[in-house]
Design a binder for this molecule. Structure first.
Ligand code: SAM
Length: 214
């Protein structure tokens, strides 16, 4: 199909997408918010008082959602802590501490740890989508690396009852990732929320409660 036609089709689908319309109406920066919302409603993930890390946060719809759930009385700030991190800048969101940088770099991990200042984390979210090269095994390795780092971060920083939710892609090392989740968490589930397009191989892995912790 010609590139122009592909672009027109994408634009047509985007404009008519009910989740795009709803995000616009509800003031969210991306339709991706409805993926997190559906999973949160199933798993009762986000609660006031929590410490939450949002990896791959830009443009910010997940952080906006989390912020709304931690918000107290109007204008009163939030009950909890939200730390967002992304390669790309994010328009500020009140009460969200944003770190600009690459999650794969040790310096970014150090910065995250500095902001956490020894506090354990309740929920780690990762909607990170690495830039794709189109070369399947290279892209699979890129996704794998991020998931591996997210798992390491979760093992080191989650509370014993904490949760990790990561975006992964069916086919690219999915079974290996599922096995790693099962080795790390007491409860594991895979999630394909309605807002995740059928034609996309995107799927989310969810783990709750660290094994090997009291
Ligand atoms: C699908 S978007 C996230 C959307 C976000 N959850 C929201 O609701 O607005 C994926 C993000 O992952 C970020 N990303 C990709 N690789 C990254 C890396 N190595 N470190 C940090 N962020 C990364 C991209 O810059 C992009 O903003």
């Amino acid at each position: 199909m010609a590139k122009n036609k592909l672009n027109k089709n994408w634009l047509h689908d985007h404009i008519n997408d009910p989740f795009v319309k709803l995000a616009h109406k509800e003031g969210y920066r991306a339709r991706a918010v409805y993926k997190l919302k559906e999973i949160d409603e199933q798993e009762k993930l986000i609660k006031p008082g929590q410490v939450i890390v949002d990896l791959g946060a830009t443009p910010g719809s997940w952080s906006q959602y989390v912020r709304n759930k931690l918000a107290g009385a109007a204008g009163g700030g939030i009950n909890g802590t939200i730390i967002g991190l992304d390669l790309l800048p994010m328009e500020p969101i009140a009460d969200v501490h944003f770190i600009l940088g690459d999650f794969r770099e040790a310096a970014m991990l150090a910065e995250l740890e500095q902001v956490l200042a020894g506090r354990k984390v309740d929920v780690v979210l990762s909607d990170i989508a690495p830039n794709l090269s189109g070369i399947a095994f290279v892209d699979a390795a890129g996704v794998e690396h991020i998931i591996e780092l997210a798992l390491e971060f979760a093992k080191d920083h989650l509370k014993p009852s904490g949760c990790l939710l990561v975006k992964c892609f069916n086919g690219t090392g999915y079974n290996e990732n599922l096995a790693k989740f099962r080795a790390t968490f007491k409860t594991v589930a895979s999630k394909k929320p309605k807002a995740s397009k059928d034609k996309s191989s995107e799927i989310f892995l969810f783990g709750r409660g660290l094994k090997n912790s009291v």
